[in-house]
Design a binder for this molecule. Sequence first.
Ligand code: ADP
Ligand code: MG
Length: 343
Amino acid sequence: MSEVRVEGLSKHYGAARALDDVTLTFPDGGFFGLLGPSGSGKTTLLRAIAGFVEPTAGGVFIGDRPVVDVPVEAREIGMVFQNYALFPNMSVADNVAFGLRVRGTARGEIDKRVGDALELVQLGPLGARRPHELSGGQRQRVAMARAIVTRPRVLLLDEPLSALDKALRVDMQIELKRIQREVGITTIFVTHDQEEALTLSDRIGILKGGRLIREGRPQEVYSDPGDVFTARFLGEANVIEGTGSGDWLDLPGARVARPEGATTIAVRPEHLSVTVDRPDGPNALQARLRQRIFAGAMGTCVLDWNGQMLKAVARHEEFSDLPESGPVWVSWAPRHARGLKAD
Ligand code: ADP
Ligand code: MG
């Protein structure tokens, strides 16, 4: 097992900066979720760690060892990509054994390790099947078994679940986490699905335009996103801009408590209350209720505040006394307003 570290890592293609001066530590044995919109550099970062991409500048370290000059095969990395190509004409067991055969591992050792890897991904009895005789989820498990059978120091997963449908994806998320815990391997997981990243990761990093703009524990980044992009990218946020004066933020028709000298604040939908009567306390905006949406136990209110849409989410009983449309008050506890840097 090993910590992975990249330092000042850049990859430029002509004028395009796929990665731009990224410094980041992926803790030993941890599950690190790498998030960002399409084109933000996630795959390039994984490929640079694996050795498929030669950095324009900067270093990659596995353990304490610089690996920029170490070839792919010698980096001891296991990989699963979105389009995990299994060999169609080989059995499941032979697919899993492939990496060991290439390394010249002894026959008995191969059989044992392949058996263990297939047990781990709960495909023990299916070793003789061909890939086309498996479901999408089972093929994904074969790809996982193949990636870990060589006992790599690091596991790189590039959107491994995105080809699966939603229900299967959720099952596989649980599986993936179980496997990672059992093996205890340093894992870097790329996804564009923020919920998936929040569910699985011990830590997350957010890339935008090749730059790392945030890193931390999922809960920490969610509750204190720090900038407008992260607030909107990770979950939903009501972003409210005003003019600062002392402890207060002046908004059209209202004055609310101002965190840390900010002129832009974010309040999560689950922290907004919607009431017919004006609540006590300073943080109250007069708005119009535009829409109530009920989804199972939870409800969403869409509100129009001076032409800006705000969203409130709560158990649906909270909203049952509100008028269909009409004036309401939107409020929040001052501790739930987070100051944001502008983008
Ligand atoms: P992501 O995985 O986050 O979607 P990528 O790492 O694939 O993003 O790409 C980051 C940026 O680098 C994109 O703008 C992409 O077009 C560019 N890029 C990636 N690989 C190459 C390449 N081989 N040649 C030129 N541009 C590339
Ligand atoms: Mg990608």
